[in-house]
Structure formats: structure tokens, C-alpha cells
Design a protein around this ligand. Sequence first.
Ligand code: NAD
Ligand code: IPM
Ligand code: MN
Length: 371
Amino acid sequence: MMAANKTLLLLPGDGIGPEVMREARRVIDWMDRHRAVTFDITEDLVGGASNDARGVPLADSTIELAKTSDAVLFGAVGGAKWESLGFDKRPEIAILGLRRELGLFANLRPATVLDPLVDASTLKPEVVRGLDLMIVRESTGGAYFGEPRGIETLPDGSKRGVNTEVYTTAEIERVARVAFELARKRRRRVCSVEKSNVMESGLLWRQTVATLHARDYGDVELVNMYADNCAMQLVRNPRQFDVIVTTNLFGDLLSDLASMLTGSLGMLPSATLGALDSNGRRLALYEPIHGSAPDIAGKGIANPLAQILSFAMLLRYSFDLEAEARMIETAATRVLANGLRTPDVMAPGCAKVSTHVMGEAVLRELDKLAG
Ligand code: NAD
Ligand code: IPM
Ligand code: MN
């Protein structure tokens, strides 16, 4: 019997989202043709594009599609056109809503310095060479979703804006577990990051991680760090880190920071995973960590590698296709080693290429790897 096709939902979104998704789609189609894995692909609108077409940034039908697909590949959302809308209409609701509705609580953001790009970082090559760290960002709780929230008018007519940082032990434990499990497959070091010196939610975070560590993960080294120090340490000596586990808001900041260690935001993929259900199935969404990049949208110069590498993560984490994931990562590294660069990672002596040429070059390297 033929293995059932994998169902993929592609959500290109806004700005450079569709531009980089087009190149990832060609890699998906290549895999479909060349390897023992076939996909049934559905595409849908999200973000500003969905708002324009249907009046909502994330339709219920899209959430349903995402829940029933084997994996979701997301592009990027947002743009000036929708910035003045209320929070419920803003494109960003699409990604926040999908994380929340699908229960995708563990956002894995690897920062890897590929050898050919060691000079693309704004940090010195000797600081970032060989860097390979993984940020595990909690992604369905904390200040992003805590209640109460809102803007209220005070009796004197002035206003008050409120967001609430809130974590339960269960929320902390499940994301910490993901970090410890990942560390076991890596260098067995977890750094847990919070602000337990000023925040109760941070103190509970530290205590909960410590309890879990003592109970189940004695073979993994655990270090605690305040978030401000972690930001400094990431710039000072990023290679001290293996796995970093942190809250939604701190993880958002620290992962953008980590991206520049690797040369460009346009290089970093991510995976956002839910819990395993009773059938051993796990909902998951994959996306570059960058946004819709309105400043370069429509110019055909966006770096498609973060999107393409997000598809590699999809193969690895949703379908256990490690060899195929590696092929894509190797192809991307070789393209860079051959001196092809989109403008964000351009270096002297390299050839500046478009989004499409970069995608094409990845396909040609895949052809070579396939023999
Ligand atoms: P951004 O990530 O879109 O862009 C930041 C900078 O990085 C820009 O100069 C941009 O040109 C550059 N950049 C980003 N991706 C690139 C790529 N692939 N290749 C080359 N350069 C790249 O962040 P921003 O400008 O703060 O936000 C723009 C919009 O995107 C906002 O509406 C924001 O809310 C949204 N956003 C969405 C997501 C998402 O969809 N997951 C993530 C972050 C920001
Ligand atoms: C990210 C983005 C999102 C976040 C925005 C677009 C809601 O910045 O994925 O890092 O803050 O989580
Ligand atoms: Mn972010």
C-alpha cells in the first residue's frame, strides 16, 4: 500500500511572505518529485491579505485547516496598511491566533552560524564561528496573552495601558521539558532565562524549572540567568549557550538578537510545536522568525533561506525526515559557499542575487546531492 500523502497548509501572508514562500514551494515540489515523501498542499490567506479579502486576519476556516493538516508552513504577516486597525483586526493576530488556537507552546528558534556566513555577522568572526544554539521560547502564554489587558480611561481623562505577565507551573513545566529533551540530543546544557530578581512569575519559572530538573533531568546541566544578563552574554560570548529556555516576551527579543549573530534575520527558521496527542500526533507550525519586511517587499530581494530552512525543520520535526532536512541545509550552505548572496548577507567578492535566483540555486544544489 502507498503511504498516505502528508498534508501541508501553506500560509504565505503579506509583504515578503509570498515572495519567500514561492521559493520554499519550489523546494517542497522538488522533495515531492525526488524523495519518498509526497504532499497534498493547500494554500490560504492570512494577515493583511485575509483582512482585505474577508474582513478578518485569521478566518475560522483557516484555523480548522491548520488543525487538520499534518504541518503548517507560515510566511510572514503585517504592514503599514493595517497598522492603524484595532488589535482584533491586525495581521499579527494571524500568527498569535494560530499559536494559541493550536496550542503551539514551544517555539524553537535555532541560531546557527553557517561557515560561509561567518563574516556576515556584525560581531567578530572569532566570536560567532561554529555557533549553534537553540532558543526555546514559550509561545502561548506570558505577557502576550495574560489577563487583564487593555487600555482604559481614568477618571481624570488620562489613560492606562495594561498587560499581564502570567505563568502557571504547568505552562512552565511543559516548555522546560521540551528544552531538556532537546538538550539531551545536543550538548546537554540548558540555560533558563527570566527576571526572578524582580518578577514573581519569573521566580515561579526558576523554581519550577529547578524542580523538574532535579526530578527528571539530572543528566543535563542547568544554569539560570536573568534576561538582561542573557542579552549581554549573547553578544559577549554566544558559544557558551546550548539550549536557552525562556518566556514569550524575552524569547521574542533574544531570538531577534541571536539572529544577528548569524548574519541576518533572513537566515533564521523556526518551529512551533504543540503537545503530542494520544495518537502520537503533534500539531506544528514552521515559519521564519523575520516579519513581512515592508521596506524591501515587492523588490524581489528578500532572502528566502529562512523560509526554505523552515521547511527543512518541518521535515525534521513533523515527519522525522532527518536526511531530507539535512539535504536542504547542506544545499543552502553550499549555495552560500559558492558566493551567492541576497543583499542582506552580501559580502565583498560575492555575487548579489535575487530571491528567485537564490531559490533556483538551492534547487540546483539539491539536484547535485540527489546525484
Ligand atoms: P521584519 O522582520 O519584517 O524586518 C526587520 C528588518 O529585517 C528589515 O530591515 C527587513 O528588511 C529585514 N529582513 C527581514 N526579513 C528579511 C529577509 N528574509 N531578507 C532580507 N532582509 C530581511 O520586522 P519589522 O520591520 O519590525 O516588522 C515588519 C512587519 O512584520 C510588522 O508588521 C511586524 O508586526 C511584522 N512581523 C511579523 C512576523 C511574523 O509574521 N511572524 C514576525 C516579525 C514581525
Ligand atoms: C515573532 C513576531 C511575532 C511575535 C509578532 C508578529 C506577533 O515578532 O514571531 O517573533 O511577537 O511573536
Ligand atoms: Mn519577533
